[in-house]
Structure formats: structure tokens, C-alpha cells
Design a binder for this molecule. Structure first.
Ligand code: B12
Length: 222
């Protein structure tokens, strides 16, 4: 099975959404891409969580290091991101359990200036699957919009995602605005994303730093 999961990961890194993609060497058209492989994995009853944690996440990490080394350009990252989106379309329904007790509302957003949404979307899906009512505001969301939504919906949980060192500061702005509006004590703020750390969470006064959705679920339930 691990060999099969490895194949999905390799196709994510190569950015082959489906069998029509030729791949880097132009010879792979006709061979299964991410969509077909993930569908096959689902048919074989491979756990969707294994597909997430053993293929999608490590695949994107590898793409990030290739970009950092200058071997990949932005369109390469985008092609891999499209693969993850196609995979999540198939996995989403399997990760959501409708018959679960409602654990309350959580507002999710990628902060202003940041367009990365794969991690936020995965976390949103798994939180939904675990019983939270997720209000996903999308990407590039202003501080004002997040705080307004807290007011309107009376949500007591806010999850913020940032993948860029240049946008992580917006998380602090959200915490500060919640304080200024007198809402801070009623709301728990969870933060995550590649550049985020426990130290940063402590510095800005967020309640939880979460490495992934499972960490978030554990911390919310502790
Ligand atoms: C895919 C990708 C893109 C795609 C995004 C597509 C999309 N729809 O998301 C595209 C091509 C658009 C892109 C663009 C850019 N990118 Co980019 N991108 C990536 C890449 C390769 C993967 C990110 C990803 O999806 N990871 C997979 C997911 C599952 O992981 P994750 O997001 O970390 O989320 C998990 C956890 O962090 C956590 N989590 C995340 N958020 C939250 C929130 C909460 C509440 C909780 C509880 C948990 C949680 O749980 C998630 C699930 O496990 C990263 C590399 C990396 N190592 O992160 C670079 C990376 C983030 N990008 C980078 C850069 C530089 C850019 C650009 C500036 C490039 C450019 N010059 O155009 C632009 C910026 C655009 C913008 N304004 O946002 C740099 C950032 C460097 C830095 N220090 O700031 C990185 C680190 C690449 C690198 N190594 O240099 N990118």
C-alpha cells in the first residue's frame, strides 16, 4: 500500500492532476494522475486520513523545498496545488460525518494579503467532520471582516491561517482588534501555517498554535 501512496505523492509533486497530463518529460499522458489514483485509493478503502497525511501534506512540503531551491517556479507550485484540490474534492465527503453533535461555530480565514488556502481548507473539512460548524471566509480576508463576522455570528472560535512571513503579522492585528472591540475574552483564537510557531502564538497572544487539524481538534477538546 505504501508504494501506492508514494505514487500519489509523486504525481502531486509532478503536478499531474489527471491522466491527460503529460508530466515533466512529456511521456506520461494516459497514465493515471492524482484524480484517478485517489479514486482508486478510495475504492480500495485506503483511509482518507492516510491519503492526507502520507501523500498530500508531504507532497506539498517537497514542492515547497523544490521552490526554495529554485528548481520549481510559482506555476509548478500552482500545478501541485491543483492536484491537492482535485484530491480534496474526492476526499471531502468521506471526511465529513453528518450525524455528529454540533460543537459550535468556528470562523476560518486566511489572513489579508495571503492566498494560500490548501491547509485552511483541509483544517475546515476535518473540523466539520469532527462536529464544528465552519464559517469559511476564504483567503485574503481583512482584519475588519473577521472581527465583524465574530460580532454578527457570535462565534466563539476563530481559526487563522498564514503561509507567508509577510502576512503572519495580520494575525496579531486580529487579536488586537478583538481586544479593542471588547470581544477577546469570549473568543478563542487558533493559528496555523508553515511560518507559525508556538513562540509566535505566545508573542501575539493567540490561544493555540496548531500544527495541523488533528492538533486543533485535540486542543479544542482538551
Ligand atoms: C502551494 C503553494 C502556493 C500556491 C497556493 C495555492 C493555494 N490555493 O493555496 C501558489 C502558487 C498560489 C503560491 C503562491 C505564492 N507563494 Co506559496 N507555497 C505553496 C507551498 C508549496 C505549499 C503550501 C501548502 O498548500 N501546503 C500544504 C498544506 C496542507 O499545508 P499548510 O498550508 O502548512 O497547512 C497545514 C498546517 O500548517 C496547518 N494549518 C494551516 N493553517 C492553519 C490554520 C489553523 C486555524 C489551524 C488550526 C491549522 C492550520 O494545518 C494544515 C493541514 O495540515 C508552500 C511551501 C510550504 N512548505 O508551505 C509555498 C510557500 C508558502 N509559498 C511561498 C511564496 C514565496 C509564495 C509567493 C510569494 C510566490 C510568488 N513570488 O508569487 C506567492 C504568494 C501569493 C500570496 N499572496 O499568497 C513561500 C513563503 C516564504 C515565506 N517565508 O514567506 C513558501 C514557504 C515556499 C518556499 N519554501 O519558499 N504558493
Amino acid at each position: 500500500m505504501d508504494e501506492f501512496l508514494e505514487k500519489i505523492k509523486e504525481n502531486i509533486i509532478e503536478g499531474r492532476v489527471d491522466s491527460q497530463d503529460e508530466g515533466f518529460d512529456g511521456t506520461k499522458a494516459g497514465q493515471p494522475g492524482v484524480t484517478e489514483l485517489v479514486q482508486e485509493a478510495v475504492n480500495k478503502k485506503i483511509s482518507p486520513v492516510d491519503i492526507l497525511t502520507k501523500c498530500l501534506n508531504p507532497g506539498m512540503e517537497e514542492v515547497g523545498s523544490l521552490y526554495e531551491k529554485g528548481e520549481y517556479l510559482t506555476p509548478d507550485m500552482l500545478a501541485s496545488a491543483e492536484c491537492v484540490k482535485a484530491a480534496m474534492k474526492l476526499l471531502d465527503p468521506l471526511l465529513v460525518n453528518e450525524n455528529i453533535q454540533n460543537k459550535g461555530k468556528i470562523i476560518m480565514a486566511t489572513v489579508q494579503g495571503d492566498l494560500h488556502d490548501i491547509g485552511k481548507n483541509i483544517v475546515s473539512t476535518l473540523l466539520r467532520g469532527s462536529g464544528y460548524e465552519v464559517l469559511d471566509l476564504g483567503t485574503d480576508v481583512s482584519v475588519g471582516k473577521i472581527v465583524e463576522t465574530v460580532k454578527e455570528t457570535k462565534a466563539r472560535l476563530v481559526g487563522l491561517s498564514a503561509l507567508l512571513t509577510s502576512t503572519m503579522g495580520r494575525m496579531e492585528d486580529v487579536v488586537e482588534k478583538l481586544k479593542k472591540e471588547g470581544l477577546r475574552k469570549n473568543v478563542k483564537v487558533l493559528i496555523g501555517g508553515a511560518p507559525i510557531s508556538m513562540e509566535f502564538a505566545d508573542k501575539i497572544g493567540a490561544d493555540f498554535y496548531c500544527t495541523d487539524a488533528f492538533d486543533a481538534i485535540n486542543k479544542l477538546e482538551a
